[in-house]
Design a binder for this molecule. Structure first.
Ligand code: AMP
Length: 172
């Protein structure tokens, strides 16, 4: 099952490198009704799950995480690329298709046992979200669910995260 929001996602072949079908969300973001609906679907899902914080992954996760946290009346915690967060951090390095990347979270991001939703725009291989969930747990949080606007199911991210709850609005 997928969403009417799929009509607002633009596919850009061979970006940023040959062979990648890039899912461009800017065509959804610029449409007020579509953006509103995308956020509202997340808000309705998490409103009754007793969530303490939204953890948003730099940078497109911020676009969805901030309005979700605002609507739920809870705080936003950023997971950022290495070198951006100013206080003490935990770091996790993870594999990309070529090379590695490192993400960070502030050590004092939340109270022990805080129930969090981790959000990003798109689930591909699952490496990014696996690293973000590990950071949340090292900082003492509990990942209730990971949420995405888009899932590229053919890349197998959901299988890689088989022990974790995943929610996505649009599946390719
Ligand atoms: P992954 O760690 O493989 O799950 O990759 C997820 C991250 O890469 C997300 O933050 C996405 O924004 C980005 N990403 C990966 N593949 C695509 C794609 N085909 N179109 C748009 N963004 C992508």
């Amino acid at each position: 099952m997928t969403s009417p929001l799929e009509a607002h996602i633009r596919n850009i072949p061979d970006f940023p490198i040959p062979g990648i079908q890039f899912k461009d969300i800017t065509t959804l973001l610029r449409n007020g009704a579509a953006m509103h609906q995308a956020i509202d679907v997340f808000v309705e899902r998490y409103r009754s799950m007793h969530i303490d914080a939204v953890v948003a992954i730099e940078s497109r996760g911020f676009i969805f995480g901030a309005p979700l946290a605002y609507a739920l009346g809870i705080g936003l915690v950023p997971v950022r690329k290495v070198g951006k967060l100013p206080a003490d951090t935990y770091q996790v390095e993870y594999a990309l298709e070529y090379g590695t990347a490192t993400l960070e979270i502030h050590k004092d991001a939340f109270k022990p046992g805080a129930r969090v939703v981790v959000i990003d725009d798109l689930l591909a291989t699952g490496g990014t979200i696996a690293a973000a969930c590990e950071l949340v747990e090292r900082a003492g949080g509990v990942v209730v669910e990971s949420a995405f606007l888009i899932e590229l199911a053919f890349l197998g991210g959901r299988e890689k995260l088989a022990n974790r709850a995943i929610y996505t609005q649009i599946t390719y």
